[in-house]
Design a protein around this ligand. Structure first.
Ligand code: LLP
Length: 421
């Protein structure tokens, strides 16, 4: 459920007409709903009620500080995967004690930043990384709290580019080697082993792969405890999928996911962490764009938009489907026609949808991409010297620009010309 609904024939974000935002900031832009963000966070938080837990929002999904602050004020921690994300979370006011550091290639500098500023735990992904965390901790006279990310060799049944839990993936340590790696960790004086971490992929639409992985984690917890490790926290990653279409086969709900966690891991008495990103932000954001031209081709018609693959890369990169709707609600029973919906970037990959049925549209009409809140703005680029598009946050009947569209001067002046030219 989200808070982008039609009212009297016009699409709204909460109590604000999308057309009003478009008039104020120009197109294209991203718009997020505070109510949807909070609702989704609360679904996870409630799903783990009765268990000691922390929902650490995977901020890679949408990392604007206004979004981070909205969630942090509701009680969320953060999952970060770079020094930049760590600093962004801190800038948004999130205390280090609520920040988890994931990611397969943390550098000594990033580790130093986090240890100095405070960190809840590092999720360690390899032995060499473990040695570096130990060395940096000793250098700073600190002890780094760690979990080891184990790779459970489970098929997440999702798009290959976002599956992470198979043995061929670069992530984590094979669960079969976990015991020796924990033994190494216990021998390093700069580290304190506190738990186990696992994350098997993103946009999972079934509970079964999670359950297989979590059962393996349960077994490993008991095994490691019997070998003297004080395993007291389990970080279960993110990955629960969202409905990208309005069909009936929606992924499981957070409450079902939470019940499965309690069933598979509840008996261990561990603190539970989860790292959802997409489910919190995905359906809390739209990308709004304008039709520049309606072009009739030889065998098909094209809607050419002012938004492009640099603004929302998911269709080009993962063949991802986003529902695309007219901001002015089509009249009931109006005839729809198929269009290829494309951006103005100079490559055929700049295609959002092929032969998508749309109501009659003309130059200047606004359209909205649904489910664009996660992995939308954060993956955008300035390809074709197209400015990063603004982000807007709505809260009830108010809205605010939370990232401005840069001017062409700002973009162009970022280049520096060597003196020999
Ligand atoms: N934790 C870790 C360690 C992760 O690598 C990820 C996502 C998450 C949590 C959050 O997963 P989520 O709940 O959002 O599924 N750009 C791709 C998605 C990449 C996901 C990467 N890791 C897309 O647009 O579909």
């Amino acid at each position: 459920m989200d808070h982008f609904l039609y009212r009297d024939g016009a699409l709204f974000a909460e109590d604000v007409p999308i057309s009003e935002i478009a008039a104020a900031v120009g197109t294209p832009f991203y718009v997020y709903s505070t109510a949807t963000l909070l609702r989704h966070f609360k679904l996870f938080d409630d799903a783990l009620e009765g268990t000691d837990h922390l929902v650490c929002y995977a901020m890679k999904a949408a990392s604007n500080q206004a979004i981070l602050k909205t969630l942090a004020q509701a009680g969320a921690g953060m999952d970060v995967v770079s020094g930049g994300e760590y600093m962004r979370a801190k800038a948004a006011g999130v205390p280090g004690a609520r920040i988890v550091f994931s990611g397969v290639g943390k550098t000594a500098d990033e580790i130093r930043t986090a240890l100095t500023g405070g960190i809840r735990q590092f999720n360690v992904e390899s032995e060499p990384e473990m040695q570096v965390i130990n060395a940096v901790a000793l250098e700073l006279g600190k002890v780094a709290p760690i979990t080891v990310r184990v790779n459970p060799d489970v098929d997440a049944k999702t798009h290959a580019k976002i599956a992470t839990g198979k043995s061929e993936n670069k992530f984590g340590i094979p669960i079969s080697r976990a015991r020796e790696v924990y033994a190494l960790a216990a021998s390093l004086p700069g580290l304190e082993v506190i738990g186990i971490d696992v994350h098997i992929g993103s946009q999972l639409t079934e509970l079964e792969p999670f359950e297989l992985a979590y059962n393996k984690v349960a077994e490993l917890t008991e095994r490691l405890r019997s070998e003297g490790h004080n395993i007291r926290r389990l970080d279960l990653g993110g990955g629960l999928g969202i409905p990208y279409t309005r069909s009936n086969d929606a992924p499981p709900l957070p409450v079902e996911y939470g019940a499965m966690i309690k069933k598979t891991l509840g008996h261990l008495g561990c603190e539970i962490e989860i790292e959802p990103g997409r489910l919190i932000a995905g359906n809390a954001g739209l990308m709004v764009s304008k039709v520049i031209y309606v072009k009739s081709g030889e065998d098909r018609d094209f809607l050419i938009l002012d938004g492009a693959m640099n603004d929302l890369i998911r269709p080009a990169m993962y063949e991802a489907h986003h529902d695309i709707v007219a901001v002015e609600e089509p009249a009931v029973g109006v005839e729809q026609r198929p269009y290829d919906i494309v951006g103005p970037v100079c490559e055929s990959g700049d295609t959002f949808a092929k032969q998508r049925n749309m109501p009659p549209l003309k130059s200047g009409d606004l359209i909205a991409f649904r489910s664009a809140g996660a992995y939308g703005a954060v993956m955008s680029s300035e390809y074709n010297t197209r400015p990063l598009i603004p982000e807007v946050l709505v809260n009830g009947d108010q809205f605010a620009v939370i990232r401005e569209r840069p001017s062409f001067d700002e973009i162009i002046n970022r280049d520096t010309i060597p003196e020999w030219l």
